[in-house]
Design a binder for this molecule. Structure first.
Ligand SMILES: [Zn+2]
Length: 145
């Protein structure tokens, strides 16, 4: 048997490829603010991060304020009536950017009817028993009736 120190590579082609497996496992989390937001959806609520320094709520929920970079530890339910600001479509689905009263930012999600920019919309959630902590617990937005 040859010792590694005695091994000699005689062709560059021999070092171009190495075939083996490395058993890595990954676990991705939604993060602190993302988890609060998703747990809010499970409760049928849209939660925004609230910065006491700026007295401002923002979406998507984050752990820091986008205005002052202060830490956010408080999350507040947004008023459930939003306003469509922009609409786009992809294949058969329509997507809207929806903003909420007194909240900086907004959410992009499915538009469930023919609402247009300027239309007031409300969220439609899956039945409570079907919610899993996914962004899809919120099925999308539909025109306010
Ligand atoms: Zn702030």
């Amino acid at each position: 048997m040859r010792m590694p120190i005695e091994e000699r590579i005689e062709s560059v082609a021999d070092i171009r490829q190495w075939t083996d497996t490395i058993p890595f496992q990954y676990e991705y989390t939604a993060g602190v603010a993302g988890e609060r937001f998703l747990r809010g959806l499970m409760d049928g609520k849209i939660l925004a991060g609230y910065c006491p320094g700026c007295n401002e709520s923002s979406l998507p929920a984050r752990i820091y304020c986008v205005r002052c970079y202060g830490g956010i530890t408080e999350y507040v339910e947004v008023e459930p009536v939003g306003k469509v600001r922009a609409v786009t479509s992809a294949k058969q689905d329509a997507f809207a950017f929806v903003t909420f009263k007194d909240v900086r930012g907004g959410l992009v999600h499915r538009l469930l009817d023919r609402a247009r920019a300027g239309t007031e919309v409300v969220p439609r959630f899956r039945p409570r028993s079907e919610r899993t902590g996914s962004i899809l617990d919120l099925q999308g937005f539909e025109s306010r009736r």
